[in-house]
Design a protein around this ligand. Structure first.
Ligand code: ZN
Length: 283
């Protein structure tokens, strides 16, 4: 089983995690910029953080044969902190980096006017830089958060196929499916979404435009839950090819729209993954 985890915060994980992930089949990851816990004292600290996402963390991942990519943005939670707003002006210089495959995480946390503004500005950046966008949805009042998110995405004029709306569940998946955006799911040990619930969602909504991630971060989480979801799919009667579509080909296709992931280096599998045409291929 080859796995591309499309949303995982490796900064908060250990080398033991990298080792276990590699052994479980994880060959590529995308690490979105997010809130790192401790409130920041100044916007300059984002430069160090973004540098580590395009420098140090890919180096760490490469030691385990894992290809590391990043998404860069001012995240919604810190969009509310006046100390952090200046970081918006740092974002564009990172969007030119080769390992940056999307603008993200953007979207809503508490749905404040500040978040509205920062979300819209960064969707414009995605359009300007011709990059996909990774959109976080709030954990509280999720249904309202997702419907407002879809409104903002529509108003921005970004192509829906370039947007993944993440952290979905049974209640919110339908609206995102109908919008033409990609659907992201974060599988956690005891909250949000489990492998067995994920299998039911795949049964109900199909495999197309589906992205499954472990999101593993500072909280209780598990970087192997992508693998566990693949195993749950097989146990439920999905084929190896179905699992490969969800856990590998879908994230390759979505982030491939940036034109940047050099996945041939991490894809020893089918020859069809050689060359860039497949990265931009149809759906
Ligand atoms: Zn995240």
């Amino acid at each position: 089983m080859r796995i591309f985890d499309p949303h995982i915060h490796m900064t908060s994980r250990t080398t033991d995690d990298y080792e276990r992930m590699a052994a479980a089949g994880v060959q590529a990851v995308v690490e979105p910029a997010f809130w790192v816990g401790q409130p920041r004292t100044n916007a300059g600290s984002f430069a160090d953080y973004f540098d580590s996402l395009v420098g140090w963390e890919p180096f760490r991942a490469a030691q385990f044969g894992i290809r590391h990519h990043a998404t860069i943005a001012l995240n919604p939670k810190e969009a509310n902190d006046p100390h952090c707003r200046e970081a918006l002006s740092l974002v564009p210089r990172y969007l030119d980096k080769d390992s940056v495959v999307a603008v993200g995480e953007i979207g809503y946390d508490a749905m404040t006017p500040e978040e509205d503004e920062v979300f819209a500005v960064q969707l414009r950046l995605a359009v300007e830089y011709a990059l996909p966008a990774l959109v976080h949805t709030p954990h509280r009042d999720k249904a309202r958060g997702v419907s407002r998110t879809l409104d903002v995405v529509r108003e921005s004029g970004i192509e829906p196929g370039l947007v993944v709306v993440d952290h979905l569940n049974e209640v919110t998946v339908g609206a995102v499916h109908d919008s033409g955006c990609w659907m992201g799911f974060s599988i956690y040990p005891d909250t949000k979404m489990s492998p067995s619930r994920m299998v039911e969602i795949l049964r109900g909504h199909g495999l197309h435009r589906m992205l499954v991630n472990s999101a593993a971060d500072w909280g209780r989480s598990d970087p192997l839950l992508t693998r566990r979801t693949g195993e749950a799919m097989l146990a439920a009667g999905f084929t190896d090819d179905d699992v490969d579509q969800v856990l590998w080909r879908n994230p390759v296709e979505f982030y491939g729209q940036s034109g940047r992931p050099h996945l041939t280096a991490t894809a020893p599998g089918p020859a069809s993954f050689q060359g860039s045409s497949i990265l931009r291929g149809g759906s």
